[in-house]
Design a protein around this ligand. Structure first.
Ligand SMILES: Nc1nc2c(ncn2[C@@H]2O[C@H](COP(=O)(O)OP(=O)(O)OP(=O)(O)O)[C@@H](O)[C@H]2O)c(=O)[nH]1
Ligand SMILES: [Mg+2]
Length: 252
C-alpha cells in the first residue's frame, strides 16, 4: 500500500482533490481508498472508506470538555491519535493499493501539533508522500506566493515526507496562471516581480526568505491542476508515481 496525504491551506481543494484522485486511480485499474482525518468536516465530495468521525464526535467533545471549536479540534486530534491501532486495523482490512488521506482544514492543528505528525509517522505503509496545495485563488501577488511557499516548506519540515507542490483552481485564475508558473520556475523572474511590488523591509524579508527556500530545493516548480476540469492530473499522477513507484506508472 502507498499512502498519499493531501494537505494545504483551508479551502485549497484538499477534499475535492481526494475525490478526484480516487476516481483517477480507480479509472486506471488501481484500488484506491480514502481516509478522512478531519473530525470537523460535515460533508465531503467522496465516499469515505475510513473516517475518523466514527471514532471522535466533535460536538460531544465540545460538550463533554466544555471547549470552543478550536479547543475541541485540538482535543479531537489527540483522541484520534490514541485510536491509531483501530484506524490501522481498518486500513489493513480495506487494504488498498493507494490510501488517499484527506487532512483537516486547520493545517496548523494537523501539522504543528504532535498528534498529526504521530499519525503520519505511524500509519504503516510501503511508501508515503504528501501533496501540498497552493490555492490559486489565494495567490494574488509575488509576495503572497513566497509566503505560501514558506508555509509549504514549513509543513514539509514538520511532516518529514517527500512533498509534491500543486497549484489548484487553475480554471478560475485566468492569466494569473502564467505569472505564477513563471515565478515558480525562475528565481530571477520572481525576484524582479517582488522588486516591482514591494520595497523596504517587505522586499528584504521576501527576497531573503526566497533565497533560503531556493537553497533548500523548493524551486522544483509547481504542478498546476484543476479539480474541476481535470487539467494537469496526468502530470500530478506522474510526479506521485516517481516518488511512490520509482517510475512505474499505475498498473492497467
Ligand atoms: N474552480 C475550482 N474550484 C475548486 C477547485 N478545487 C476546489 N474547489 C472548490 O473550492 C472549495 C473548497 O474545496 P474543498 O475541496 O472543500 O477544499 P478543502 O481544502 O478540503 O477545504 P477545508 O477542508 O474546508 O479546508 C469548494 O467549493 C470546491 O468546489 C478547483 O480546482 N477549481
Ligand atoms: Mg476538506
Amino acid at each position: 500500500m502507498k499512502t498519499v496525504f493531501v494537505s494545504g491551506t483551508a479551502g485549497s481543494g484538499k477534499s475535492l482533490l481526494t475525490s478526484k484522485l480516487l476516481e483517477y486511480y480507480t479509472k486506471n485499474g488501481a484500488f484506491a481508498a480514502a481516509l478522512n482525518l478531519d473530525p470537523g468536516v460535515e460533508s465531503m465530495p467522496y465516499t469515505c472508506d475510513i473516517d475518523v468521525r466514527d471514532y471522535v464526535d466533535i460536538v460531544s467533545v465540545m460538550q463533554q470538555y466544555d471547549l470552543g471549536p478550536n479547543g475541541a479540534l485540538i482535543m479531537a486530534n489527540d483522541l484520534i491519535a490514541s485510536k491509531i491501532d483501530e484506524i490501522q486495523d481498518q486500513v489493513n482490512r480495506v487494504n488498498p493499493d493507494y490510501l488517499i488521506v484527506d487532512t483537516p482544514g486547520q493545517i496548523e492543528l494537523f501539522a504543528y501539533r504532535s498528534s498529526g505528525r504521530f499519525l503520519v509517522e505511524n500509519i504503516s505503509s510501503e511508501d508515503k508522500t504528501n501533496i501540498f496545495l497552493f490555492d490559486g485563488a489565494l495567490i494574488t501577488s509575488p509576495v503572497n506566493f513566497v509566503s505560501i511557499a514558506l508555509l509549504a516548506t514549513s509543513i514539509r519540515l514538520r511532516l518529514n515526507l517527500p512533498t509534491v507542490n500543486v497549484l489548484t483552481k487553475t480554471d478560475i485564475i485566468g492569466t494569473k496562471l502564467n505569472n505564477i508558473l513563471k515565478w515558480s520556475t525562475s528565481l530571477n523572474t520572481l525576484e524582479n516581480a517582488i522588486a516591482d511590488e514591494a520595497d523596504g523591509d517587505t522586499y528584504t524579508l521576501t527576497t531573503n526568505i526566497l533565497r533560503g527556500l531556493n537553497l533548500s530545493g523548493f524551486a522544483q516548480g509547481l504542478i498546476p491542476i484543476s479539480n474541476v476540469t481535470g487539467d494537469g492530473f496526468i502530470n500530478l499522477e506522474g510526479a506521485l508515481s516517481r516518488i511512490l513507484n520509482l517510475g512505474e506508472e499505475v498498473e492497467d
